[in-house]
Ligand binder design. Sequence first.
Ligand SMILES: C[S@@+](CC[C@H](N)C(=O)[O-])C[C@H]1O[C@@H](n2cnc3c(N)ncnc32)[C@H](O)[C@@H]1O
Length: 222
Amino acid sequence: MARVKHTRDAAGVDSVPWRDVALATKGFMPAAEGDALHAAALAAATRVPGAPFVEIGTYCGRSTVWLGAAAWLSDAVLFTVDHHRGSEELQVGWEHHDAEVVDGRSGRMDSLPFARTALELAGLENSVVLVVGGSVELAHVWDRAAAMVFIDGGHGVDVAGADFEAWAGHVARGGTLAIHDVFADPTEGGQAPYEQIYLPAVRSGRFVEESVCGSLRLLRRL
Ligand SMILES: C[S@@+](CC[C@H](N)C(=O)[O-])C[C@H]1O[C@@H](n2cnc3c(N)ncnc32)[C@H](O)[C@@H]1O
């Protein structure tokens, strides 16, 4: 399917500059955190070989490329879910709104075309499955343990809490739960990912924190 082919040169360097594609894609994943997410996914795949990765919150595909490249390198598949209509904070009048991500016909947010383009340019169409719909609805039919679940969906209290409830149980033992935009200090950012996902995960006794990079928290499933 994918027209871009990944090959390695003698030094093992990938022929497709997928990281440049990630950096050129709209979104909210800083480079250092994307690199940390990529490395964590590679490590999770070695602990739980053959298991899929799951991303909640594709948006335009920025973090998806970092994770998708890890899937490709691991012979795994990344399932990334988003309704592509934008979270509350991405709508018109909110701080993170981008008018370019509005569908001219409907006047609604539509980040799906951007995500498809990012995956095509990064040569990752065979390693990433775009799921268009609600994250909780997907979780209800999801039936296998994931090497990594990355939660970066809606940042409202109810939505973040629902993602934790729906997805934490799908992380394989030895797998990784990654959470974005975790701010323990309320002056640094919204509290929902911290209070509704990070704290319940740690307090459950099922996860232990492995590392932190910016607002990205990486927890290992015990
Ligand atoms: C913060 S953005 C994701 C950013 C992306 N990971 C990146 O690196 O740029 C959050 C995304 O979650 C999606 N979203 C919010 N609530 C959702 C839900 N309940 N189900 C599916 N997608 C949801 C929004 O449409 C939005 O695109």
